[in-house]
Design a protein around this ligand. Structure first.
Ligand SMILES: Cc1ncc(COP(=O)(O)O)c(C=O)c1O
Length: 334
């Protein structure tokens, strides 16, 4: 990837750290596990969307937009970070949120509280099965009538522009491992709207790296998620002019850790969040990284890695949602 060809805003100073998780590795008796702390990326409370937004917002500014419009769930980390990027750039930001099954609570905390604190210009709530893209287009048209110009960012910031952020992350990981001399055999990440996984795979392909990416699904079944990643990987590869065959076998998405559905808790997720907190003092979230870590733990217990393997867990952020679910983690009798 030639970074000069793509305009990029910078929201993080330097690289995010890669830390060894010796206590976790020992507790699991498994491979050497390290963690890439993308929860420490810049903008409000960090997380993977910050990398995507560096490219998306640069594109928005280049196109002369004065307002960012995006969408997601009531606890969307992507909405929080898009809004934070807008604040940083002096742009306005409007959000489309889907109503949860349990109904919309205008006083919901976590990311939803931050939408208010960071000053979203408008929050439009639509039914859970509503058309988010159509709702965003409607907002964009209304702004156009006022002589303003909106830039619409798809759910999760996952398109071929947003994926460039994770191509850059793969490049960063390669540079960091070059310094330590120990390349990673696997990177394990949560996978949802697919931009993180597609970008990482494209980035490792561009570097001709042997590091394999394993996505742990947070919502869909394996075949659907793998097809989604493949489609975005093709689009990203075309955008950056990556040559070389893309084999569907480059894509692996594990769906055994989703549980009853998106954002619905599982016992494995609760165990994973507690284990990382109690072995390493690192906070995960209940929707994405908790399930991804449950996947890593499950794969280790199934013997899917050797003791000699070096595995990098990508911490994609999301901790504001942790504080919306105290009932899952409060220990009784203490
Ligand atoms: C904290 C967190 N981790 C992981 C993901 C999944 O990343 P992607 O949507 O790029 O697949 C998201 C997406 O919203 C997220 O908020």
């Amino acid at each position: 990837m030639n970074p000069i060809r793509y305009e990029r805003r910078q929201y993080t100073t330097g690289n995010t750290p890669i830390e060894k998780l010796d206590r976790l590795s020992k507790a699991l008796g498994g491979p050497t596990i390290s963690i890439k702390r993308d929860d420490l990326l810049g903008l409000t409370a960090g997380g993977n969307k910050t990398r995507k937004l560096e490219y998306l917002v640069a594109d928005a500014i280049k196109q002369g937009a004065d307002t960012l419009i995006t969408c997601g769930a009531v606890q969307s980390n992507h909405c929080r970070l898009t809004l934070a990027a807008a604040v940083r750039e002096g742009l306005a930001c409007q959000l489309v949120l889907t109503e949860p099954e349990t109904g919309y609570n205008p006083l919901a905390s976590g990311n939803h509280l931050l939408f208010h604190l960071l000053g979203a210009e408008k929050i439009k709530v639509i039914p859970s099965d509503g058309d988010m893209l159509a709702a965003m287009e409607e907002l964009a048209q209304a702004l156009k009538k006022e002589g303003r110009k909106a830039y619409v960012i798809p759910v999760g910031g996952s398109n071929e522009v947003g994926s460039l952020g994770y191509m850059a992350c793969a490049e960063e990981i390669e540079q960091q491992t070059w310094e330590t001399g120990t390349p990673f055999d696997y990177v394990v990440t949560a996978t949802g709207s697919a931009g993180t996984q597609a970008g990482l795979i494209a980035g490792f392909m561009a570097r001709q790296s042997n590091t394999k990416v394993i996505g742990v699904n947070v919502s869909r079944d394996r075949a659907t998620q793998e097809a989604k990643v493949l489609e975005l990987l093709h689009a990203t590869a075309e955008t950056v002019g990556l040559t070389g065959e893309i084999l569907p076998s480059a894509i692996r998405c594990e769906d055994q850790y989703v549980g009853p559905g998106y954002a619905l808790p599982t016992d494995e997720m609760i165990e994973a969040v507690q284990l990382l907190a109690r072995t390493e003092g690192i906070l995960l979230d209940p929707v994405y990284t908790g399930k991804a870590m449950a996947g890593l733990i499950g794969m280790i217990r199934q013997g899917q890695f050797t003791k000699e393997d070096h595995v990098l867990f990508l911490h994609t952020g999301g901790s504001p949602a942790l504080y919306t679910a105290p009932h899952l983690f409060l220990s009784e009798n203490k």
